[in-house]
Write a protein that binds this ligand. Structure first.
Ligand SMILES: [Zn+2]
Length: 211
């Protein structure tokens, strides 16, 4: 893309865009990466401030999807862990956030001791917010105003009743369902939008904007 023609940054909606940004971050997909990744125009500031957060998000997400049988999730987990081995700062941070827990199945059977790693919520919420701003631009063709607040949310595994409530939203799938998301905005108040993300069928998050 020619920087002259990129217009404003999709994320902050203020600065001139001079680069492009992958949303969701491309590092949360194992190689070979899906061919339908989304890029949006971004300014230098938004692009640079993202890298440390993306790295943390990538690792925490990997730790949460790693136990799955899914091939893509397993490859993703292994790739993320390889990077983690070289990152002392993230290693210290993860150790400080690890709690020993007893694993109990849904029917109440004790299956042994393990470790539960708490998400770093700041990195999580900032990555989700950036995804929402970028994807808002991508789907609706305009950036959210910098004054519009984005409120990230955490969700547990959804039940049918919850999914029923989201049935009116549009849907997009990235890769082989590594990321599925639902979105919609209010016609009369375009700043008001809702977003719901599923990562690897194992982690759920969402956000609303403008209300
Ligand atoms: Zn920007």
């Amino acid at each position: 893309m020619n920087p002259q023609n990129m217009g404003r940054c999709a994320i902050c909606g203020v600065n001139e865009a001079s680069t492009s940004d992958h949303l969701p971050p491309k590092s949360i997909f194992p190689k070979p990466r899906p061919n339908n990744l989304i890029t949006v125009p971004a300014c230098e500031d938004c692009n640079n401030s993202a890298s440390g957060l993306d790295e943390a998000f990538r690792l925490y997400l990997a730790l949460h999807v790693g136990g799955s049988e899914d091939d893509a999730a397993t490859r993703y987990f292994k790739e993320a862990l390889r990077t983690y081995k070289h990152n002392k700062r993230l290693q210290r941070e993860i150790l400080a956030r690890t709690n020993p827990v007893d694993f109990v199945t849904a029917s109440g059977v004790y299956v042994g001791e393990g470790a539960r790693i708490l998400w770093k919520s700041d990195a999580h919420d900032r990555v989700i917010s950036r995804m929402v701003r970028g994807l808002y631009f991508y789907h609706f063709g305009e950036a959210l105003s910098p004054d519009t607040c984005v409120s990230p949310k955490w969700f547990n595994r959804p039940d049918n009743e919850f999914l029923e409530k989201l049935s009116g939203l549009s849907k997009n799938v990235i890769g082989e369902e590594q990321v599925i998301y639902l979105y919609g905005r209010a016609e009369e108040h375009p700043d008001a939008s809702v977003w719901y993300f599923e990562f690897y069928g194992r982690h759920w998050a969402g956000a609303h904007t403008g209300f």
